[in-house]
Design a protein around this ligand. Structure first.
Ligand code: SF4
Length: 387
């Protein structure tokens, strides 16, 4: 299947518009070989015996829920590649896909065999995302990841051999004990593989994880905020020099952004299938979420565990908070209401009726975003229909 379309710059606002058309479909695959200590996702390492029943239930949910060809598809997890070639192929075949739509499948390097990759590509996947995280053995040990750099090289080679031309590599920086040289080596290694896209996340510690509990008990170090900020600055400089455009806080692309993820940041509609998956309909202002445990999900007649209806104010605030993550920023119709000082202090730009944060603004994201949210609330009485 062809890629979505040729390339305007990754931060071009037209990508955001494209990401809000039609319906995106997210499919969650909860199976992992090991539950990593920092992981906060709906992922499980002891439920492999449920795989067939799970895929069967997801296929039924897709049939009941998705009534139009998807404008973008994202199969994430968990570890979708752990399903193996047959089940992953069955899952992908059950998703109705529009011509030219982006179809992403996440994979971990150790389970991204040639058979799995060929099955995914053969069933329509045109974007593969590999969880690399780091090439420093001590960092991978801290994260409890079980692959090494040879697995990563092999996975990328298999993907290229299968004809894939849109690869993302996920990295994590700011892990305690990681040196500046370690991170530079990870970037060197990654760039040498020439991926089309990179996602670089700071390690965050969630309280309800084994790592969170270890940090709270003083048994593990927490990431250092200043070090993480320094790593991010190095990353921005290095990736810009290598021709990657930062189009979202944690995402860089040489040409094509991830259209499906732009959908989340741009207020587009999506249907989430699988345990713990969320769905969102902007036309009805409704968000729903599925049962979190795979067994409950498989056994349920109705996979939806909860729903909420958003107020117009909540939608406006979310649109701003998510939209300001993108380099394209948000539509801001009235220049006179741009919060004072943001542009003068180099934290934001205002061009062509759009307000966008600079790298400096993104670095202090929360405070600046709050200022914009408050300014929007103040001007809400004016004739504003779209941010
Ligand atoms: S491989 Fe990913 S999804 Fe699975 S437990 Fe580790 S961090 Fe979580």
């Amino acid at each position: 299947m062809d890629a979505v379309r040729p390339s305007p710059p990754a931060g071009d606002p037209s990508w955001c518009d494209a990401a809000t058309s039609g319906l995106g479909v997210y499919v969650h695959v909860p199976f992992c070989s090991h539950r990593c200590g920092y992981c906060d996702f709906a992922a499980f390492s002891d439920l492999d015996s449920l795989m067939e029943a799970y895929v069967d239930r997801v296929v039924r949910e897709l049939r009941a829920r998705v009534h139009e060809p998807a404008a973008s598809v994202f199969v994430g997890g968990g570890t979708p590649s752990r399903l193996g070639a047959d089940l992953l192929g069955q899952l992908l075949a059950a998703v109705p896909v529009a011509d030219g739509a982006e179809v992403t499948v996440e994979m971990n390097p150790e389970s991204a065999s040639p058979e799995v990759i060929e099955a995914a590509v053969g069933a329509g996947a045109n974007r593969l995302s590999f969880g690399v995280q780091s090439v420093t053995p001590a960092v991978l040990t801290f994260l409890e990841r079980r692959h090494d750099d040879a697995d990563v090289v092999a996975a990328v080679e298999h993907a290229r051999a299968a004809g894939n031309d849109n690869i993302n590599l996920d990295l994590i920086y700011g892990v305690p004990g990681e040196s500046e040289q370690d991170w530079a080596r990870t970037l060197d290694f990654t760039l040498a593989l020439e991926p089309e896209h990179l996602s670089c996340y700071a390690l965050t510690v969630e309280a309800a994880t084994p790592l969170g509990r270890a940090v709270a008990a003083g048994e593990a170090c927490a990431p250092d905020d200043d070090t993480a900020a320094q790593r991010l600055a190095e990353t921005c400089e290095r990736l810009a020099g290598a021709g990657y455009e930062r189009y979202e806080v944690s995402n860089w692309a040489r040409t094509r952004p991830c259209v499906h993820n732009l959908r989340y940041w741009s207020g587009g509609a999506y249907a989430g299938c699988g345990n713990g998956a969320h769905s969102y309909s902007p036309s009805t202002r409704t968000r729903t979420w599925n049962h979190r445990h795979p067994r409950t999900y498989v056994d349920s007649d109705d996979p939806v565990a909860g729903r909420e209806e958003l107020t117009a104010e909540q939608m406006r605030d979310e649109t701003i908070m998510l939209g300001l993550r993108r380099s394209a920023g948000i539509v801001w119709p009235d220049p006179s209401t741009v919060p004072a000082g943001l542009v003068d202090n180099g934290l934001a730009t205002y061009t062509g009726g759009r307000l966008a944060l600079t790298d400096a603004g993104l670095a202090v994201g929360g405070a600046v975003t709050l200022e914009v949210v408050l300014a929007a609330a103040e001007t809400a009485g004016k004739a504003v229909s779209r941010w």
